[in-house]
Design a protein around this ligand. Sequence first.
Ligand code: ADP
Ligand code: MG
Length: 505
Amino acid sequence: MARAALMDFDKALELFEPVIGLEVHVELNTTTKMFSSAPNPANSAFHDAAPNTLITPVCLGLPGSLPVVNEQAIRSSISLGLALGCSIAESSRFARKNYFYPDLAKNYQISQYDEPIAFDGEVEVELENGRIFQVPIERAHMEEDAGKLTHIGGATGRIQGAEYSLVDYNRAGVPLVEIVTRPIFGAEADAPALASAYVSIIRDIALSLGISEARMERGNLRCDANVSLRPRGAEKLGTRTETKNVNSFRSIERAVRYEIQRQAAILADGGSITQETRHWHEDTGTTSAGRPKSDADDYRYFPEPDLLPVVPSPELIEQLRAELPEPPAARRRRLKAEWGFTDIDFQGVVNSNLLVEVTETVAAGATPAAARKWWTGELARIANAQNVDAASLASPAHVAELAGLVEAGTLTDRLARQVLEGVIAGEGSPQQIVDARGLAVVSDDSALIAAIDQALASQPDVLEKIRDGKVQAAGAVIGAVMKAMQGKADAARVRELVLERATAQ
Ligand code: ADP
Ligand code: MG
């Protein structure tokens, strides 16, 4: 495949105005699926189930099976709609979206079409550079997920060239909310960053509502990014492409940027953009053509005859509204001020997607500085190296306990890092690991003094220098003592005692 020509990003923005539109799918973490009693794999309790074990006749579309709406999913969807500033429909309907694909056993997906549960919202997004956007939300509707295909053989893991494909229906029927923005204007050079910051805010909202695990790498949160360009001064919107399922925040930003540069090169060359889906390739940082997509794609939508309309009572809506958490943008501003963080420190936490973890660690008793240090300094680094989420390595409660042990002088930073290794290895709580591995700092002066006297006796020249007032010479003795104590001593206290003993002898 020939690599597409790209126009320089700044040049592209001189000639064209970028317009973006984002579709985000949020998998709800309800106990059971959208329309059946099958356990929901988007709930952490069922993550690791073997293929085709979380299924009922409804998930497989077997004859005679009928869907039943999951009340918990309706509540979660309403809460999410309210948090997005949407109006909630007095009555909304499910619809059948008809198409054939082997991951969809019924040959139709139950979705919502002309009557979504939530519509007309707005979400505030603040970028790193301080620009604030009100992103307009067109709709948020409920639907069910399809199963998962795994293509075997062939080079790319894609269906083209595969020898055969496996299908796992565990995901079939997982409750989803699809959030669709209106076209977003005026972001200009910030369009790529806005796209990723917006999805990050959606993640914050979902997590603070507790309605989704919202992990992009697991597909709990999926983003399709629509991008079009129009010549400067033009009124009419350009033709858009829709880059599918970009599965990290960084990739969203890169994919939007790439599409702007790719489309600009084509348009400037007198070409035209094909309305199509595109696939993002993480390894090459490029997109490639998927399937053509017209606005008139005919899915033969019609009202789902097996389900009644959803008519939430005004009391339920008001109750859920009263239970809404603080809006994420406001919450971010408040936390930053409360924690006394600089812009850089705070963005470091937000960008590594550890705001929730740091908040919970502070709530569990750690100082904000310690919480930030252990999460973004240590755990994020280890997580990167292992290619996992920092959140999967340790719990906020354990990190807070670790920070407490350091604060109390039971652990030095160095020892705390060893304890953290134990926590990650699943050896228990920090205190249990300190006890089991004997890692606590020796705070008993007599043990330290014994080691100091021995070190001084074996380095008489150093002893001499200290007595002559050359206190820098104490470093060699302190090092020897720390070594003898296997690092389990507070270096500052050792230093005090070394000076005391040297002059006392
Ligand atoms: P589809 O069925 O193609 O997924 P949706 O209505 O679900 O359509 O989503 C289309 C998305 O693309 C919306 O976010 C919408 O705002 C956005 N969009 C529509 N037209 C344009 C355009 N010309 N440029 C950029 N984004 C657009
Ligand atoms: Mg769509």
